[in-house]
Design a protein around this ligand. Structure first.
Ligand SMILES: [Zn+2]
Length: 213
C-alpha cells in the first residue's frame, strides 16, 4: 500500500495532470479505486502539500472531486461553491493553488442535474442564494437555442445547455479576472479545462474544445 503516489509533481505538464485525473475517473467508474493508507498519507503531508490539480466544482454532495477522480489527501486543491461559480474569492483560491502550491491544471467542473443551474434557469431569488444566481445568469442569457415557454428547469436539455455554457463562462471569468493565472496560462505553466460530471455514467466529460491546456 502506497503512502504518497509516485508522482513527479515538479515536472508534471498540464496534460500529465489531466491524464492523472482521467485515469482516476476511469478507476472510479470501474470501481477499481487505489488502496490508500490515509494515516500514512496524513503523516507524510503534515508539513507541506503539492496538489497537482485545482478543481473549481459545485458544493453538491455527490460531486466530491477526490472521490470522482480517485485521488487522496494532498492531490487536489478543491474550491467548491454551488454552481461552480468563479467569484473573486474562488479565483483567489485558484491563484494560491497554482502559484504557491504548484498545481498544474485547473478544472472547472459542472455536473448534471445541478440545483444551482436549475435555480438560475427558473430565475430563482432568495436571500444570499441570489448572489450565486447572479453569477449563473450570464450562462442562461447565452443559451439562445431554447425558446419560451421551454426555458425552465423542467427542460433537461435547456438545463444541460446552461450547465455547459456556465462552465465555459466561469473559465472565462477566471482568465479575465486573474492576471496571475493568465500569465501562468500564457507561459504554459498551467492549463485550464472545463468538464461536466455525469451522475448516471460517473464520467467527467471534458471539454477538449475549450480554451487552453
Ligand atoms: Zn450543482
Amino acid at each position: 500500500m502506497s503512502t504518497l503516489k509516485n508522482i513527479d509533481r515538479d515536472n508534471l505538464t498540464p496534460q500529465d495532470a489531466l491524464d492523472l485525473l482521467v485515469q482516476g475517473n476511469k478507476r472510479f467508474i470501474e470501481n477499481k479505486q487505489q488502496d490508500k493508507n490515509l494515516t500514512q498519507m496524513r503523516e507524510a503531508l503534515i508539513d507541506n502539500q503539492q496538489p497537482f490539480a485545482a478543481v473549481l466544482g459545485c458544493s453538491d454532495s455527490r460531486t466530491a472531486p477526490e472521490t470522482i477522480f480517485d485521488q487522496s489527501l494532498g492531490d487536489i486543491f478543491t474550491v467548491r461553491l454551488a454552481g461552480n461559480v468563479a467569484c473573486r474569492k474562488a479565483i483567489g483560491s485558484l491563484e494560491y493553488s497554482c502559484k504557491y502550491l504548484g498545481s498544474k491544471i485547473i478544472v472547472v467542473m459542472g455536473h448534471t442535474n445541478c440545483g444551482a443551474v436549475k435555480a438560475a434557469c427558473d430565475n430563482f431569488e432568495e436571500g444570499n442564494i441570489t448572489e450565486i444566481i447572479k453569477l449563473l445568469n450570464p450562462a442562461v442569457s447565452e443559451e439562445t437555442t431554447t425558446l419560451d415557454p421551454e426555458r425552465n428547469s423542467k427542460n433537461t436539455e435547456f438545463v444541460a445547455n446552461v450547465c455547459f455554457l456556465n462552465v465555459k463562462k466561469q473559465i472565462q471569468n477566471i482568465i479575465n479576472q486573474s492576471d496571475i493565472l493568465k500569465e501562468m496560462l500564457d507561459k504554459k505553466q498551467i492549463g485550464i479545462i472545463g468538464g461536466v460530471y455525469n451522475f448516471a455514467s460517473g464520467q467527467v466529460e471534458f471539454d477538449h474544445q475549450g480554451p487552453t491546456l
